[in-house]
Design a protein around this ligand. Structure first.
Ligand code: XIL
Length: 320
């Protein structure tokens, strides 16, 4: 049994891939997943590193891989404070930055309109370290608090039939949850075309618990938007824990399996509002968490191990 077969009546099961893993992890990707997201290849700096230079080749190769194998591709992401080249903000006043934003969304949106089934239009715009609601990014500083509204409107003009998402992390934290809720609510009230909320779901084996997960799903779903879990991984460490391990203990492996199971149980319960659950990676030999938040600290956050074998976490979400 494969992941996508197991969950076909509930939601798509996705994986983050990159130009390398579509070869090295090809078998697992084709076997188990019916949605993929480019790890970095569709970010602003990868597609348009210079004002007059587009480098679409890597993303195109992944789009072709997806098509050839009958897998859908998520778009990630148009407007973000990270991985956006400096030229975008250089000498920009509001008008100039809006025109650069619009141009990017139109160009990239059109290029991939037959390849991508949804887009994260804005990523991580909400603040979670201070009392501010919006992160103090260059997008917000130059355009103003309504910069997201422009992004969604430009995206809808270009891609009228593509579901458009607001995507963020720490999305289950009650304080941040309420900020996300109120911003998306306000946008909906202003007629801004936000179709869904992407919950990144970078969690760890200890937290958050399922009560916070359920509360977040219910709160966001009450806005009448669709939901996707867009970047799930389950770290072996709490965020602030910088311990280094050579291998995960049996206990950690079991805690991880338990966490995955609890979460997938809830995802199934709420499948009527959830369209896709994407893992941020395929197997433990290729995960951003082996470099974040601690550089070169090995982590094991996914469903398949370093040798691409099924882990306890995999069995845990397949056997109920
Ligand atoms: C990460 C990639 O996995 C890394 O390779 C890159 O160095 C940094 O970005 N939230 C997001 C993703 O929306 O785009 C990030 O991906 C992980 C956090």
């Amino acid at each position: 049994m494969t992941l996508k077969e197991k969950y076909k009546d509930y939601f798509r099961v996705g994986a983050e891939v990159n130009l390398h893993t579509i070869n090295t992890h090809k078998e697992l990707i084709i076997k188990h997943f019916d949605s993929i997201t480019c790890e970095n290849e569709t970010k602003f700096e990868s597609l348009c590193p210079l004002p007059d230079k587009d480098t679409f080749e890597s993303a195109d190769a992944i789009a072709t891989f997806a098509k050839e194998n009958g897998i859908l591709l998520r778009g990630h992401t148009f407007v973000w404070h990270n991985q956006t080249p400096e030229w975008v903000f250089k000498d920009a006043d509001k008008e100039l930055l809006l025109s650069r934003m619009k141009n990017h969304i139109q160009k990239v949106g059109k290029h991939y309109q037959d390849s991508m089934y949804c887009w994260d239009v804005v990523n991580e715009a909400i603040e979670d370290k201070t009392d501010l609601v919006l992160r103090d990014s260059q997008w917000r500083r130059i355009i103003g608090d309504d910069f997201m509204e422009y992004a969604f409107r430009y995206a809808k003009e270009t891609l009228p039939n593509t579901p458009l998402y607001y995507n963020d992390y720490n999305e289950m934290n009650p304080v941040k949850r309420e900020k996300i809720y109120s911003i998306v609510k306000q946008m909906k009230e202003n007629g801004v075309p936000v179709d869904g909320i992407g919950m990144q779901c970078h969690i760890n084996i200890y937290e958050p618990g399922v009560d916070e997960l359920k509360a977040a799903i219910e709160r966001y779903a009450s806005l009448g938007v669709r939901l996707q879990f867009t970047e799930m991984d389950v770290s072996m460490f709490r965020f602030e824990d910088h311990t280094v391990l050579n291998a995960p203990s049996k206990e950690l492996i079991q805690l991880q399996a338990k966490k995955y199971k609890e979460y997938f149980k809830v995802f199934r319960e709420y499948h009527d509002v959830i369209d896709c659950v994407t893992l941020w990676g395929v197997a433990d030999d290729a995960t951003w968490l082996s470099n974040f938040p601690v550089r070169n600290r090995k982590n094991w956050p996914l469903l398949f191990d370093d040798n691409h074998e099924e882990k306890e976490a995999f069995y845990a979400i397949m056997d109920f």
